[in-house]
Design a protein around this ligand. Sequence first.
Ligand code: EPU
Length: 440
Amino acid sequence: MDVTPDSPTLDSSTATEPARSTTMDALIIRGGRRLSGRVEISGAKNAALPMMAATLLAPGVHTLRNVPLLSDTRTMARVLEVLGARVELRGHACKIDTSNLTSVEAPYDLVRTMRASIYVLGPLLARMGAARVSLPGGCAWGPRPVNLHLEGLAAMGAALELDHGYIVGREVRLAGADFTFETVSVGATAQLMMAATLAAGTTTLGNVAIEPDITALAVALNACGARIEGVGSRTLTIHGVKGLRPLDTTIIPDRIEGATFLAAAAVTGSSITLERCDSGHMGAAIRTLEQQGCEILAGNAEVTITGPRRPAAVDVTTEPFPGFPTDMQAQIMSVCAIADGVSVIRDTIYLDRFTHVPELVRLGADVRMDGNIATVTGVERLQGAPVMATDIRASAALVLAALVAEGETRISRIYHLDRGYESLDQKLLKLGASVERIQE
Ligand code: EPU
């Protein structure tokens, strides 16, 4: 249905489609083509997901623009609908009516497909005083605990219990607290920040994440009446307020998608321009690619890159923002795979996030693992082969390697890619790559 700007609630017929299943899709990529032209960067997945969850904090009709069309944002829309919200996705604009919540349960079937569903926990406790949210399990590359989310909420007075796989809170009245994260956590920072906006009193959060996604969330919440101080610093002071107005915000550009396209140019020795991106959010990736011999002209919302004939080797260690993102570790490994020399890549955020390595090796990469350290000896050429996508960024790494590999690469299980990249195949096709999506 149409939503007029002043309509207080959305019509009940606006349910979103369930997450599109692309389980059987594969990509066929014929490598060796140069890329050229311009590509538009979509809104950031990891900014959109907490922002969508934050709509639970305030009753009313929220407006989110530049929402990326991904299976993960569709899953979050489903989670909100199960809670009683009405969600309308029209193009990249999303209206979410959270006037009448009818449930506080985020079921296992949705949470198991997307861990970020846990973002609804804090907002539900803050607004409804109750929540029943499935505890996420491990993920493809190993354990991903949520202890910091739970400890922080407990410090704010939420007596949470584990009940048959669900995190359960009843009759919770959140109160301000001092909580310092032992590890920088993007998710736990967003979770506690959202919860604290409506808690009684003042919350101080120490050692918080300062990823652009977190800062954007804080700015958007403050614009609707939250009182979050220290935005962009490692300490947040949040004075609880009685209520918030609905969000009206535009999702920031996806820095990981942007950096993935920069890596695509680096690996293929191409020149392309990114549009609607934020170069300030991609600093670490840009500096690394420059060390590898790329020429990069960074404007404000546009970045032009020219890849070298052959990239140079580089050493990379992942760190919380503003360091090199773990979400680019797999993709930079594909660049290093064909680089001149030996690169050492260390992931300090996720020690086991290397499921792409055996698949890259199938394409001819020379990678030796020692714990969380990959030593990549660049080879002159990769060869196409059938490979399997295992998670979002591992899939992207395989796409990059395939773009430069000789012959044909078939990447199966690309539903992982569709979770986090909007139309990656279409965007690459427009840049001149030979990419075909098939049903297996
Ligand atoms: N950690 C804990 N306990 C917790 C939470 C985190 O020990 O309660 C640890 C993690 O095991 C990890 C570190 O803290 O070692 C950082 O994890 P973080 O909480 O920051 O990760 P996240 O919030 O679960 C988000 C992104 C990930 C991205 C990480 C790190 C979203 C929806 N997800 O996850 O994105 O890798 O931050 O930057 O924002 C992706 O997009 O492909 C992706 C996996």
